[in-house]
Design a protein around this ligand. Structure first.
Ligand code: SF4
Ligand code: SF4
Length: 170
């Protein structure tokens, strides 16, 4: 089974538990597909239900940051007496942390050592990640992230309430 099919199955299972029985399997699948196709056009302004599983910090390599963000992080670590060696890669005008997990992830606190000054890309995850990938017509679903699933589910529930969806897609 493809990872896309696995994502759809997982999301369908979570959605099924939240909608009345009279909504058919076909309607739910269409609603999910519609949501995924149009993710880039939505604000996804729902509360972030992050479980703090840490997977976004421990499974992604090359967290891309800006030079000012790097300076702020170094300053923060120094100010707080946190000794941490940061491996960064510079490539033309981008800077990224090197390594998986991210060098700022600390297992003992299950979180980021520089959380208050974490880079924008981390603050935007998973909302912007979903939208950017959809914009590039890549498969946008983040299979390891519960918060990303929740955003997709909330948007699907919102779509299901739209009159245009019930008339056009049923
Ligand atoms: S944003 Fe997602 S992957 Fe990251 S800690 Fe929260 S639930 Fe886990
Ligand atoms: S900078 Fe912090 S929030 Fe961002 S990936 Fe690294 S540990 Fe996670």
């Amino acid at each position: 089974m493809s990872h896309e099919a696995r994502d759809i199955l997982r999301l369908y299972g979570k959605l099924r538990e939240r909608v009345p029985e009279e909504v058919t399997e076909q309607q739910l699948l269409k609603a999910l597909q519609y949501t995924i196709r149009t993710l880039q056009f939505n604000d996804l302004d729902y509360p972030l239900e992050c479980t703090r599983c840490g997977r976004c910090c421990t499974t992604s390599g090359h967290i891309t940051i800006t030079e000012p963000e790097l300076s702020a992080i170094k300053h923060y670590l120094k100010e707080n007496g946190i000794k941490k060696r940061l491996h960064v890669i510079r490539d033309q005008d981008t800077v990224s942390f090197n390594g998986i997990p991210c060098p700022l992830y600390d297992v003992s606190i299950k979180g980021c050592l520089a959380y208050p000054v974490r880079p924008q890309v981390c603050r935007d995850f998973p909302r912007e990640h979903l939208r950017r990938r959809a914009h590039r017509t890549e498969w946008p679903i983040v299979s390891f992230c519960n918060a990303a699933d929740e955003l997709v589910l909330q948007q699907t529930l919102r779509n299901l309430e739209q009159p245009f969806f019930s008339t056009v897609h049923r």
